[in-house]
Design a protein around this ligand. Structure first.
Ligand code: 8X3
Length: 253
């Protein structure tokens, strides 16, 4: 039997690791003893992060099949945890003015990308004997809000893919979980959504006493993944105290 000293470290893949919740999760998992494969498109960011946490940087665009195949090749035959974090929102137009390309990109990254990475890494997760898949969904996958349909539809997709996978893997040694964060102030989420418009991005969080930060979500992800292998936290909704519901946000000033 292997001793803790000789046992290989647990391994985790985090997609979208170049910033925000993904980068914070990579740090949390490294601190919990995982060797983390930091996967994202932006090479400099993930190389810096991997160097900081003793992990491995893997350039990966989850929407590109060849890129995902290369990630699986790099990870190898055994993997303990996969955090499907890569995702995002583009635009906030009402349905009547929807931009078809924005909707396609949102479905591509939040649903198809997640599927491609999961499909490619599933054999390695099963081979670990106690694998875990944790999908980063959203409260946008629980409710509707004006202007959000392209994103809420995609994040409802994330939720339902998670539920389906849990059914399909019921007799396999792999947990399937989802975390659904509400308002999280990160460097990029709203800035990307509003195409670099800092004022619109800032307005999302204006006056909110304490929106969540990436580390709050990473902390919860770390907790979910480090439960015993038979404990499947199906879904965890996490919001700042100031956000009682999508439309019920306490703002001051
Ligand atoms: C982010 C939550 O409220 O911007 O996934 O849709 S929200």
């Amino acid at each position: 039997m292997s001793t803790p000293e000789t046992a290989a470290p647990r391994t985790a893949v985090v997609t979208g690791a170049s910033s925000g919740i993904g980068a914070a999760t990579a740090r949390t998992l490294a601190a919990a003893g995982y060797h983390v494969f930091c996967a994202a498109r932006r090479v400099e960011r993930i190389e810096e992060l991997a160097a900081e946490i003793g992990g491995t940087a893997v350039v990966c665009d989850v929407t590109d099949a060849a890129s995902v195949a290369a990630l699986a090749e790099r990870v190898g035959p055994r993997l303990d945890a996969l955090v499907n974090n890569a995702g995002g929102a583009f635009g906030m137009r009402p349905v009547a003015e929807a931009d078809t390309e924005e909707w396609r990109r949102m479905y591509d990254i939040n649903v198809i990308g997640l599927m491609q990475v999961t499909r490619a890494l599933l054999p390695a997760l099963i081979a670990s004997g106690a694998g875990a898949i944790l999908n980063v969904g959203s409260t946008a996958g629980r409710t509707a809000y004006e202007g959000g349909a392209g994103y809420t539809a995609a994040k409802h997709g994330t939720k339902v893919v998670t539920e389906t996978l849990r059914l399909e893997l019921f007799d396999q040694p792999v947990r399937v979980m989802e975390i659904a964060p509400g308002m999280v102030r990160t460097e990029e989420f709203s800035l990307v959504r509003f195409d670099g418009d800092q004022d619109r991005a800032d307005a999302v969080y204006a006056g909110v006493p304490e929106p969540l930060v990436a580390e709050d979500v990473a902390d919860a992800i770390g907790w979910m993944l480090t439960r015993p292998a038979h404990v499947n936290v199906d879904e965890l909704v996490i919001r700042p105290r100031a956000q009682a519901a999508q439309h019920k946000v306490h703002r001051v000033g």
